[in-house]
Design a protein around this ligand. Structure first.
Ligand code: ME8
Length: 528
């Protein structure tokens, strides 16, 4: 196996799945992309060199069929729908470094290179496939894997319909990789997360692996197999290779490949774990390339308790959602509502609850109270603290301890847990305001009022810096209100050396998280 010459110590390469362009984006796509964005932003602010990749999966029978039913050529169709996914990244404030399309030349070159590497390793042979295929899943199934559908018909485990396929095909000797895969999982216990998913994969592989059909001849929309133009590559071999393409593969000396491969984490939905945790490392090992460090399979969103589907007319459109509720609000909800890895249920009621309780009541009110008191009572200048008492030290101590705790969560892709830890500080700060009652100190003990307001502003600085990965716009507004300069917003500014300077003039306060009132967005309730 060829290992990298330049180990990627401080680099962080994170990927979303590349989405099929057979249909427009929905909540599920937005979810994975937002989670990856919060991780990428966190790692950048934490001083890592980050490469964050997303894109579209444009080949295969499913896309070819969809183009035909839309009355377009596959090429026009993929251009149009891929653009919709690119628009979504802009709408969601996604900080991806690259957007890959599998129809690009750089990708076709990478696919043909990996194919050639698999041939060289002796893992490709010509045969013929006769078996079941699900176009919706773009996957082959053995008889024993099929289940009964709604009307007793045989369907894929996902419920997708299947068709019988018989055609000449090249095969990849997956069977040969059973033991090396099991050894690899054992040596890298965190390669597949969460743990329950890892166990599923291990028992699937232990059950035995069949060689995999990796080329198709019955349609043309794909990457031609090198040296045999009658075949196109199986869309999953083509799609998975995107992660390598983006690093400059097959150029062995590509700086990005040296720096960013192996990928730190491929974030995927649980529906496509087998492709990423079984086929992908087997292809890579066969091609002499180190497998990624981790595949994290997250759970599935339903909507009001039901599967999201066009026929049920319940598909949640992320563009509409952001227009109605606000981008940071949607990001916060998706990141916070369910433990990452578990399934989740989307409902507008739950979203509104999070907006009004966590954002408007907890954080919005805290910020509004502190900023308006400073504005009113201190002529908009940040007051100077005097002697700290235990409760001041406790709150500031809590703030100072947060980064390593949150880092720990983010290294395990647990953004919900990172937000819980942050909200513990928000709640502690609210309890501190209630207890210290700075509004009553103005006349009795102005020096104490100044200290309390300073401690609160400094706690808000920590909160604002740390929420940047999750809610970049709101965090930016909070930091503007605290007059924190742009160059002092990374995590290395959290230390005491960068504490707020007393006397700093703070801009006029503005509500950051309005309450959501059906039919009207109002900031009214954010008062002292
Ligand atoms: O599978 N809940 O693309 P795809 C949560 N092209 N996540 C969801 C979801 C839901 N209800 N629905 C979709 C493909 N997702 C391949 C990937 S990668 C080399 C090729 C998210 O458009 C989730 O991340 O069907 C899932 O894995 C992905 O969208 C599937 O996107």
């Amino acid at each position: 196996m060829r290992y990298n010459i330049m180990p990627a110590i401080d680099s962080y390469f994170i990927t979303t799945p590349i989405y099929y362009v057979n249909d427009v984006p929905h909540l599920g796509h937005a979810y994975t992309t937002i989670v990856c964005d919060s991780l990428a932003r966190f790692m950048r602010l934490d001083g890592k060199e980050v490469m964050f990749l997303t894109g579209t999966d444009e080949h295969g029978q499913k896309v070819e069929k969809s183009a035909r039913s839309a009355g377009e050529t596959p090429s026009d169709f993929t251009d149009r729908v891929s653009q919709r996914f690119r628009d979504l990244t802009a709408k969601l404030g996604i900080s991806n470094d690259d957007f890959i399309r599998t129809t690009e030349q750089r990708h076709i070159k990478a696919c043909q290179a990996i194919w050639t590497a698999l041939v060289k390793s002796g893992d490709i042979y010509l045969g013929s496939y006769a078996g079941w295929y699900s176009v919706r899943d773009e996957a082959f199934f053995a008889e024993g894997e099929l289940i009964n559908g709604e009307f007793g018909e045989r369907v894929a485990p996902s419920g997708a319909s299947i068709e019988w396929v018989e055609e000449p095909s090249y095969f990849f000797r997956l069977s040969r990789w059973q033991q090396p895969l099991l050894d690899f999982y054992e040596k890298h216990p965190h390669f597949i997360l969460p743990e329950t998913r890892r166990n599923e994969v291990v028992s699937f592989v232990k059950g035995g692996l069949q060689d995999l059909s990796v080329s198709r001849t019955s349609f043309r929309w794909g990457v031609p197999v090198p040296c045999d133009n009658n075949h196109i590559m199986y869309v999953w071999l083509d799609a998975l290779t995107n992660y390598l393409t983006a690093t400059g593969y097959p150029e062995p000396l590509s700086v990005s490949f040296q720096r960013f491969w192996p990928a730190t984490v491929h974030v995927v939905g649980k529906d496509i774990l087998r492709f990423h945790a079984v086929y992908w490392p087997a292809f890579l090992m066969s091609a002499g390339i180190t497998p990624p460090e981790r595949v994290f399979a997250h759970g599935w969103w339903t909507v009001e308790g039901q599967k999201m589907s066009k026929s049920l007319h319940n598909v949640v459109e992320p563009f509409d959602l952001v227009d109605k509720f606000g981008l940071d609000q949607v990001r916060y909800f998706l990141l916070r509502e369910v433990p990452f890895g578990s399934d989740g249920n989307f409902s507008e009621t739950a979203l509104i609850h999070r907006i009004n309780s966590d954002l408007a009541n907890d954080l919005g009110n805290l910020a509004q109270r502190v900023f308006s008191m400073i504005h009113r009572n201190c002529e908009a200048a940040l007051p100077a603290p005097s002697t700290y008492i235990d409760s001041d030290n406790a709150l500031l101590g809590h703030a100072h301890k947060l980064l390593p705790q949150i880092r720990d969560s983010m290294e395990q892709q647990a953004s919900h847990e990172a937000l819980e830890k942050l909200w513990a500080l928000v709640r502690a700060a609210n309890a501190y305001v209630d207890h210290q009652a700075p509004w009553s100190l103005k006349k009795t003990n102005p020096a104490r009022m100044n200290t309390v307001l300073y401690v609160l502003a400094e706690s808000l600085r920590h909160i604002a810096i740390l929420i940047q990965p999750f809610m970049p716009t709101a965090a930016g507004k909070l930091l503007d209100q605290l007059a924190v300069p742009l160059e002092a917003r990374a995590f290395d500014s959290l230390g005491k050396n960068n504490s707020l300077t007393a006397g700093r003039i703070m801009p006029k306060p503005e509500g950051i998280f309005p309450r959501f009132v059906e039919g009207n967005v109002s900031g009214d309730s954010q008062t002292l």
